[in-house]
Ligand binder design. Structure first.
Ligand SMILES: C[S@@+](CC[C@H](N)C(=O)[O-])C[C@H]1O[C@@H](n2cnc3c(N)ncnc32)[C@H](O)[C@@H]1O
Length: 316
């Protein structure tokens, strides 16, 4: 399984991984907000979910099945977060099992249901260590001007009164990265655990190298600013920046250690792991996406050999 992207359901595949064999899990899991087909993790068939509103149509492929605004939700809609938490619980115990004591687990989770993910992992036995803030440079956003609604209703008085007011959310330029740790065993300190299992501490060099906020926040900030470059697009609708994955990998692992991403998508975590001399395992349920990721890993190998990009970058 090592250094492969494997096509299949990670909830089943992870059962084949030996206990306490993984040094870090880093994963951009489905957020459960109906972003795409793979992001629908509830059984609600409410007719409001189905992508037929004007906003949903205009957003093209994004947020196809997002549903009605929060305050319009029916009782059935209110079960969606609970079902999301149940889904997280269906894999959390195996994630804990495969990690080495003291190892880190970073999860990209959406702002809406991150709390559900935290509770599921805490219940499974993880320690919730921190919530990092990834400050993005771009994010899809739609917040309708309410005055234009009143304009369409031929209500100029209210259109004027509510000028400058909008509906929906602020532009979501912050994304949480949840940082969990597998508890280390009793009978020693975390410093002992680092020597025994090779994990449990974090490396400040990672922040110096990759965090664009390092200068302002004096390197130890939990606010991480990494831009999405043009190279960070085109493989997956939810593709994460390569530099961001490199930062997280460099922060908590050493060369040769093993990184697992059970929801690997286009393979960004694995590409970053490979570049940094770590071993990796990636799982992806969609056959087309899995194939594209496998190809990407192959392409990246060639690119890396040709360019030896990291030779001069002091990443060790
Ligand atoms: C948010 S995307 C990951 C994108 C990734 N960060 C990238 O840079 O390409 C989550 C991925 O998890 C996959 N997925 C969903 N459920 C899965 C499951 N049970 N097992 C494996 N993969 C799954 C989806 O098909 C999707 O590609």
């Amino acid at each position: 399984m090592i250094n492969k992207i494997i096509e299949g359901d990670s909830i089943e595949l992870i059962k084949k991984i030996e206990s306490e064999s993984i040094h870090a899990i880093i994963s951009d899991i489905p957020y459960g907000i109906g972003y795409d087909e793979w992001d629908i993790l509830h059984t609600n068939t409410n007719s409001a979910l189905g992508g037929s509103s004007i906003a949903q149509q205009e957003s093209g492929n994004l947020f196809k099945r997002r549903g009605k605004p929060l305050n319009g939700w029916s009782e059935a809609d209110k079960k969606i977060p609970i079902e999301y938490q149940e889904w997280c619980s269906s894999w959390a115990c195996d994630w804990l099992r495969v990690l080495k004591p003291g190892a880190s687990c970073f999860i990209f989770a959406g702002r809406r249901y991150a709390h559900r993910c935290i509770v599921a992992l805490e219940d499974a036995g993880f320690t919730f260590k921190d919530m990092l803030c990834w400050e993005k440079n771009r994010a899809p956003h739609r917040a309708q001007r309410i005055s234009s609604v009143y304009d369409r209703r031929s209500d100029p008085i209210n259109a004027q009164k509510w000028m400058g007011w909008r509906l929906a959310n602020l532009r979501p330029l912050f994304e949480p990265i949840l940082w969990f740790q597998k508890p280390y065993k009793t009978g020693g300190t975390i410093a002992d655990n680092v020597l025994y299992n090779g994990v449990g501490a974090w490396n400040e060099t990672a922040l110096e190298l990759y965090n664009n906020f390092a200068e302002i926040y004096k390197i130890q900030s939990n606010i991480i600013k990494v831009k999405t470059d043009k190279d960070d697009q085109g493989y997956h609708v939810a593709q994460k920046p390569l530099r961001l994955m490199e930062l997280l990998i460099h922060l908590v692992t050493l060369e040769q250690q093993i990184i697992l991403d059970p929801f690997v998508g286009s393979g960004t975590t694995c590409v970053a792991a490979k570049k940094l001399g770590r071993n990796y395992i990636g799982f992806e349920i969609d056959p087309k996406i899995a194939k594209a990721a496998q190809k990407r890993l192959g392409e990246e190998t060639v690119k890396q050999l040709n360019m030896s990009e990291y030779a001069g970058r002091n990443v060790k």
